[in-house]
Design a protein around this ligand. Structure first.
Ligand SMILES: NC(=O)c1ccc[n+]([C@@H]2O[C@H](COP(=O)([O-])OP(=O)(O)OC[C@H]3O[C@@H](n4cnc5c(N)ncnc54)[C@H](O)[C@@H]3O)[C@@H](O)[C@H]2O)c1
Length: 456
């Protein structure tokens, strides 16, 4: 209001100044100017003859040109004053924008509602760093730890992860998102580090094998260095791939594995093996508290649609009524765990005091052919036929975790029935396919990457 008054006053002073100066210079009375303006605005001449233009101003004794230019000037100033008033009125009416014009104002975020999280006091609340926090497994771990009342920093370079996976926590006081690549050092005060950053499916880790090796070696060194500095416990998301194409079945943690060091999967398999060695070295040499989870095949919502794994490929094919492709005769076996079981296992391991590798997987073993049938039967009306194609090089014939160590050391065993997990995953993929359709995206294609989909 004060600004508006000041402006109006300024304009009026200016008008007065113009009038006074012209009055004194040209001996023109203000009355005559007003009168003349009225005449002009009424479109009358001196004799009141209607539309004829005013030709001169005999009363004022000044030329018509001067009067016209004065009137024009007054008109311009009046217009400016009026538009200024309008703008100020608008600004006052937009109190929410603090006077910023609408087109420039960024809408303030509306209050976001979050799932209710457990209250923890300083003593029991942990600050937790999760690398790869925007990925499939990482995002479920974020959810679980957030709900449990901890402070979470989700670090990711978004190579395969998506902000969408954790966006529901953005803005929560306990949550922080960090865009960072673990290949570069990162410094933060934390109590625990879940080190999950690494591409996990064959098409992703084979896309840039050198980067995969760097992520698993340099990235792990960086996280171990951080753990050493801040005295945090660090958990490595290792993999059943460290067993390679196993000659021992089921695979216990004591089995050293059977890995091809120069095969297409070596960047990942050997990368994780070196990561495990680094963990043990930092533990022995630097007293860093370490946990090593050897994760077996995992499935669930937020899996990548095109990651070439058995579960995602089969579900996508069945939901689109396309043939289910099996590489080989389908007798090779796999065991799949549901993602919430894995997350429970990771947390139990982190909070134990066990430093040796622990298998986290579901020992329920099925042939790939059985999986195809199970998934098809869970989608009513599906007519997908099963098609066998040429088998793949290095495809392991059997994969099943021996989970006795997990049961003994961290009292963990999987709880979710495969069928229940599959139903939730099918619903997730169905919604994703619909979302893509609405967004005009082409339907997802199952990925064949050297046929490795039958291995995961
Ligand atoms: N899902 C499984 O079946 C499975 C099996 C065995 C092991 N694992 C391990 O679990 C972890 C998580 O796997 P996932 O299935 O969630 O895979 P994912 O690809 O969904 O998640 C990995 C995350 O790490 C991020 N990332 C990759 N490189 C990075 C880098 N250099 N810096 C920062 N972030 C980076 C990705 O963007 C992604 O968000 C991986 O370490 C994987 O090796 C998973």
């Amino acid at each position: 209001m004060a600004a508006r008054g000041a402006c109006a006053a300024l304009v009026m002073i200016f008008l007065l100044f113009v009038l006074i100066s012209h009055t004194s210079n040209k001996s023109i009375s203000s009355d005559s100017v007003v009168e003349t303006r009225e005449r002009m605005s009424n479109g009358l001449d001196e004799e009141g003859q209607g539309d004829a233009p005013v030709e001169n101003n005999k009363n004022a004794g000044i030329s018509d040109d001067t009067v016209s230019s004065l009137l024009e000037r007054i008109k311009v100033l009046e217009d400016e004053l009026s538009s200024m008033r309008t703008r100020m009125d608008d600004a006052e009416n937009r109190e929410g924008n603090n006077g910023i014009p609408d087109e420039m104002a960024v809408p303030l975020p509306t209050t976001k509602s979050f799932p209710s999280v457990r209250y923890r006091n300083e003593e029991t609340r942990k600050r937790v760093l999760i690398t790869g926090g925007a990925g499939f497994v990482g995002s479920h771990l974020v959810d679980k730890l957030m709900l449990d009342g901890h402070e979470i920093i989700a670090l990711d370079n978004y190579f395969t992860g998506r902000k969408k996976n954790i966006e529901h926590w953005i803005g929560h006081p306990n949550f922080e998102m960090v865009h960072h690549d673990v290949v570069n050092p990162y410094f933060v005060e934390v109590d625990q580090i879940y080190h999950l950053a690494s591409p996990a499916s064959p098409p992703h880790y084979m896309y840039n094998p050198v980067k995969t090796i760097k992520t698993n070696t340099l990235g792990t060194i960086n996280m171990l260095g951080l753990a050493k500095r801040v005295k945090a416990t660090v958990l490595l998301a290792s993999t059943s791939e460290v067993y390679g194409d196993p000659e021992v079945h089921p695979q216990p943690e004591t089995y050293w594995g059977h890995v091809n060091t120069i095969g297409p999967r070596a960047c990942y398999d050997e990368g994780k093996r070196v990561a495990e060695s680094l963990m043990v070295a930092y533990n022995k040499q630097e007293n860093v508290k370490i946990r090593i989870a050897r994760i077996f095949n995992t499935f669930g919502p937020r899996m990548h649609m095109n990651d070439g794994r058995v579960v995602s490929n089969f579900i996508i094919q069945v939901l689109q009524d396309k043939p289910i492709t099996i590489y080989g005769n389908g007798t090779q076996t796999r065991s799949f765990q549901y993602v919430t079981d894995l997350v429970d296992g990771l947390i139990a391991l982190m909070n134990s005091n066990y430093s040796l590798p622990v298998n986290i997987g579901n020992p329920e073993e099925h042939t790939i052919g059985e999986f195809a049938t199970i998934i098809r039967d869970l989608v009513p009306g599906s007519t997908s036929e099963i098609v066998n194609q040429e088998s793949q090089q290095d495809d392991p014939q059997q994969r099943r975790p021996d989970i006795r160590r997990a049961a003994e050391q961290i009292q963990w065993r999987p709880q979710v029935l495969m069928k229940d997990g599959l139903l939730k995953t099918i619903e997730y993929f169905r919604a994703e396919i619909d979302r893509n359709k609405r967004g005009g995206k082409p339907p997802p294609e199952p990925v064949r990457h050297g046929g490795l989909e039958s291995r995961r």
